[in-house]
Ligand binder design. Structure first.
Ligand code: FES
Length: 267
């Protein structure tokens, strides 16, 4: 007598298998005049992320589907995309949250808003990288310090001043959420300003004067219309909207201090 074949681990019988439609915005620059949508019916289990659903499409339906990912644990910041119109990290967004028994369920997945599309879900980040560089995202020492003088000492309170802003993973979801960045791509934008604030608030840093010019410029903080959607979509709770608002105050203070004293303004 033949033994019943055991089911492959992790496989459900077809009658219990759940499916979801994933509608992906496709754009192949070699052949497409404009982006268009394609729909794929994807089987899923409750532990599958949207990123895994997209990987399933690539493995089983169309190997040319192009997207970015690396860590699959919400750390590297590379898997951001618009999921049902909201900027999200696809590796920490679960398909099960878009599924309701007995309904036709569909997730739409598109490249991040406000960035030029290179191919499918991959966007061109070069403008963002330029903005990051422009804020001098490193400690500019107040005065030269020799090795013999030892390390900089910071109190817990001093660390707390900037700690929240160190959590940024440069995923750019805040840029995809920012209506002003959509209108004016020259705006430095929430992510880079949060990073700028991180260094300005560091007691070891003396570079805020250098950064102030940029903050107060036409591409600086005053472009922001305080919608704060950037903070809502931030997966690391950095609150870039708060960084922008705090720097509006700093830029205004700097402006008036320059009038009062030639030596006034940021140090
Ligand atoms: Fe790294 Fe999603 S793959 S954040």
């Amino acid at each position: 007598r033949q033994a019943k074949k055991p089911m492959r681990k992790g496989r459900l019988p077809m009658s219990e298998q759940k499916f979801i439609e994933i509608e992906v915005l496709r754009y192949l620059p070699e052949s497409d005049e404009a982006p268009h949508s394609e729909v794929y019916k994807v089987p899923f289990t409750n532990d599958m992320s949207v990123l895994q659903g997209i990987q399933y499409i690539k493995d089983n339906f169309d190997g040319t589907l192009t997207f970015r990912w690396s860590c699959r644990m919400a750390i590297c910041g590379s898997c951001g995309m618009m999921i049902n119109g909201i900027p999200k990290l696809s590796c920490e967004t679960f398909i099960r949250d878009y599924y309701q028994e007995g309904q036709t369920n569909r997730i739409t997945v598109e490249a991040l808003s406000h960035f030029p599309i290179d191919k499918d879900l991959v966007v061109d980040f070069s403008g963002f990288i330029d903005k990051l560089e422009s804020v001098h995202p490193y400690i500019i020492p107040k005065e030269p310090r020799t090795l013999e003088e030892g390390e900089y000492i910071q109190t817990p309170a001093q660390v707390q001043e900037y700690m929240q802003f160190t959590s940024c993973i440069n995923c750019t979801l805040c840029y995809a959420a920012c209506p002003q960045y959509g209108l004016n791509p020259d705006f430095i934008g929430p992510g880079a300003i949060a990073l700028l604030h991180r260094y300005n608030m560091d007691s070891r840093d003396g570079g805020s004067k250098q950064r102030m010019e940029l903050l107060a410029s036409e591409e600086g903080v005053y472009v922001c219309s305080a919608v704060a959607y950037c903070s809502e979509v931030c997966p690391k709770h950095v609150d870039p909207g708060n960084a922008v608002n705090l720097n509006k105050i700093e830029a205004a203070k700097d402006y008036f201090l320059r009038f009062l004293s030639p030596k006034g303004g940021a140090q």
